[in-house]
Design a protein around this ligand. Structure first.
Ligand code: NAD
Ligand code: USQ
Length: 403
């Protein structure tokens, strides 16, 4: 297949591009490198030393003999260039990773809230209209998030894959209808993914676009078989308070002896997936697209569910690292139940990597190897969800590093 990977320089997009290339697909990456620019703005860097995009691509050619194309393009602001790329590449499939993806960054200020909405919603809408305009009949797989469902809304009821069957009272009795699961986002970033869902429903219905929305859990791990082939191909690893996600942050903290930064009680329960499974799921989704005319297919891209405190205790037991219970800078439930259906990926052949298989490898191969690159002042999450929470964030600067 000819595949366009939008956001192909990012944490999920780079290993996906290499995996699909390795599997024989022709890949063109589209990315405006905005994620690298945000690192500069935040004065932080990936824990792993990622190389410039052109060096990454030539290293891949050297290692695999395969070419990957690259277009530096802003999906949110360069509509005519998206049309030109679609006309030129004529992709069979498109993977859309290209959005601002950090909840804490999206909640930092009015500026970052507006940037996140403008960037994400416009990028998605520009892509959909360009697909209609060019009549490119590509299967589109978009990275959504488990956070569109929110947490605790339906208690212990399993979260279905995208759609909920409801009973509607009518004068002639009850009728059953399938509706999009109610949206219950917990940040401006998560809200943009709920807006994306409505765009997808409309363009699938009106224009027959074939769309799969992948509601992915928190991705952990760093390397895939392809990114591990050469140090110049290494994947990014975000550990800072804005972009670092919880499990990778705990692993990095354990490697440098920093107390594990549990927000609140740690009773929050979340869904997880290893990066090696992300890349497999994308290929499965691209090769099993919905029919034209059907509603968007929604797959929950998750393999495990864990309570944060259990994760912290597990890593603490493995490494001897202490736990720091910090005031929660976010506005979220202290505790929640979570049960997620992921039947479709399992039925389509996904064989998940479990936490027990990958944790120690991640601590020793990545976190410990690159720990000299950590800036300890960037670890504590300082982005607060509401004015007035600053005091808690200030308190958190007191957490001692044990380096
Ligand atoms: P990332 O920030 O590492 O990668 C996103 C890439 O998109 C970056 O390279 C960035 O430069 C590019 N980009 C952003 N806006 C763009 C624009 N307007 N035009 C062109 N390129 C643009 O993020 P990631 O962790 O790889 O996440 C990829 C996708 O998966 C995101 O949509 C995210 O919401 C979703 N997701 C991520 C996780 C996770 O844990 N990382 C979990 C669930 C869902
Ligand atoms: N948390 C801690 N300590 C930390 C960091 C986070 O306790 O040091 C807590 C947070 O308060 C939250 C939970 O861990 O309760 C998850 O936070 P996170 O930053 O790991 O994940 P989140 O903000 O939800 O976002 C990440 C990705 C996002 C993706 C989402 C999938 O950045 O792109 O959409 O995971 S999901 O959470 O399933 O919606």
């Amino acid at each position: 297949m000819r595949v366009l990977v939008l956001g192909g320089d990012g944490f999920c997009g780079w290993p996906t591009s290499l995996y699909l290339s390795d599997r024989g697909h022709d890949i063109t990456i589209v990315d405006n490198l905005s994620r690298r620019k945000i690192d500069v703005e935040l004065e932080v860097d990936s824990l792993t030393p990622i190389r410039p995009i052109h060096e990454r691509i030539s290293a891949w050619k050297e290692v695999s003999g395969r070419e990957i194309g690259f277009v530096n393009l802003d999906l949110a602001n360069e509509f005519d260039r998206i049309v030109a790329v679609l006309n030129e590449v004529q992709p069979d499939a498109i993977v859309h990773f290209a959005e601002q993806r950090a909840a804490p960054y999206s909640m930092k200020s009015a500026k970052t809230k507006r940037y996140t909405v403008d960037n994400n919603v416009r990028a998605t809408h520009n892509l959909l209209t360009a697909m209609v305009e060019t009549r490119v009949d590509a299967a589109l797989a978009h990275l959504g998030t488990m956070g569109v469902y929110g947490y605790g809304w339906s208690g212990s009821a399993p979260i279905p894959e995208g759609y909920l069957t409801v009973k509607v009272p009518t004068p002639d009795g009850e009728i059953e209808r399938e509706i999009l699961h109610p949206a219950n986002p917990g940040s401006v970033y998560h809200m943009t993914k709920t807006l994306d869902q409505l765009l997808f429903s409309f363009y699938a219905k009106n224009d027959g676009l074939r769309i799969t929305d992948l509601h992915q859990g928190i991705v952990w791990g760093t390397q895939t078989a392809q990114t591990a082939k050469d140090e110049r191909l290494v994947n990014r690893f975000d550990y800072d308070g804005d972009y670092g996600t919880v499990l990778n942050r705990f692993l990095m903290q354990a490697a440098i002896g920093h107390p594990l930064t549990v927000h609140g009680t740690g009773g929050q329960t979340r869904a997880f997936i290893h990066i090696r499974d992300t890349v497999r799921c994308i290929e499965i989704a691209l090769t099993n697209p919905p029919q034209a005319g059907s509603q968007p297919m929604v797959l929950n891209q998750v393999t495990e569910v864990h309570r944060l405190l259990d994760l912290a205790k597990m890593i603490g037991d493995m490494t001897g690292c202490e736990i720091a219970y910090l005031p929660n800078p976010r506005r979220e439930a202290d505790e929640n139940e979570l049960c997620v259906r992921n039947d479709q990926f399992l039925a389509l052949g996904l064989n998940p990597t479990t936490l027990s298989e990958g944790l120690m490898e991640e601590i020793s191969e990545i976190a410990a190897r690159y720990k000299h690159r950590v800036d300890p002042t960037k670890i504590i999450a300082r982005s607060v969800w509401r004015a007035g929470m600053e005091t808690s964030a200030d308190l958190m600067t007191e957490v001692p590093a044990q380096q």
